[in-house]
Design a protein around this ligand. Structure first.
Ligand code: 8IG
Length: 277
């Protein structure tokens, strides 16, 4: 807590893994759980899953944990919770995401992932709301992420850290998710910097280079999770058809409404998948 913002990650000489270890110690103290098994980041539309996964044994504002950012939007405090599944697994549910477009740097973006790893989790479930490029995906469709294209030009890795990203979004976990819902489609997630949505030309580019989903969050987090040795499962809720795929302009309200409508169905799906992990 030495700088003006009060976030130790803003000190460039700080070791982000030491900050994550301090955050994990905070979580152990606040939850009474020494080691969590699974981490789950809840994106737009997925919020109701937390109640369905099991019994919440602790819940607190993320700002009580070392290195977590102040909420970007006022009145939008992210919550962290510890949930015990019927099988007795401890799930760290992260309802506080720092987006790359907030401009606080990638260390802050991936701090929750590194904290989850330091808290003992070996499985990282990343969820988001995103735009769909496949015209068959109507708003409200959940899809598995099969791979990603990182168009941010940035990375959470520092220095000559050569990390293999083959099978980044675990085939084993995708297959397991399809045992719960065999109709789950999958696609390649393109992370744009945002916060503006894409132009139709950018969406055509994403399609041409092999993308099916456009978003602003998950790729950088997945890279950090892989660096930490975690197995990753990624879900996108298609809240809107990407710009130019739908003929009408994109609106944030449309995204919120699609998320709200799909929430009960996809949250139940997610809870059943977590239960099977
Ligand atoms: I929700 O259409 C949501 N997030 N980049 N594009 C990008 N991110 C998104 C979109 C979208 N919809």
């Amino acid at each position: 807590m030495s700088d003006t913002t009060g976030n130790p990650l803003d000190d460039p000489t700080a070791d982000p893994f030491e900050v994550a270890a301090a955050a994990a110690a905070d979580i152990a103290r606040l939850t009474g759980v020494d080691r969590h098994d699974i981490a789950l980041t809840l994106g737009s539309g997925w919020g109701k899953a937390a109640e369905l996964i099991g019994e919440t044994t602790a819940a607190f504002p993320a700002t009580e944990v070392t290195g977590f950012s102040r909420p970007a939007l006022e009145g939008h405090v992210g919550t962290l919770r510890s949930v015990r599944t019927p099988k007795g697994r401890h799930v760290l549910v992260i309802g506080a995401r720092t987006h790359y477009y907030e401009g606080h740097g990638v260390r802050r973006v991936v701090h929750s992932v590194r904290t989850a790893a330091a808290a003992g989790t070996r499985t990282m479930v990343l969820t988001n709301g995103a735009g769909g490029i496949k015209p068959t995906w109507k708003p409200g469709t959940p899809v598995l992420i099969s791979d990603h294209i990182n168009l941010t030009g940035d990375s959470p890795l520092e220095g000559a850290t050569f990390i293999d990203l083959t099978d980044l979004y675990s085939m084993r976990l995708r297959d397991l998710a399809r045992t719960i819902d065999p109709a789950l489609d999958e696609g390649v997630y393109c992370q744009f910097r945002g916060p503006q949505y894409e132009t139709p030309a950018e969406v055509r580019m994403a399609k041409t280079i092999g993308g099916h989903i456009v978003g602003m969050s998950t790729a950088l987090e997945a890279i950090a999770a892989r660096q930490a040795g975690m197995e990753i499962l990624g879900f996108s809720l298609i809240t809107n058809m990407a710009a130019g795929i739908q003929t009408t302009p994109l609106s944030h309200q449309e995204v919120i409404d699609a998320g709200r409508e799909a929430e009960p169905v996809i949250s139940s799906l997610l809870a059943r998948v977590i239960g099977a992990l």
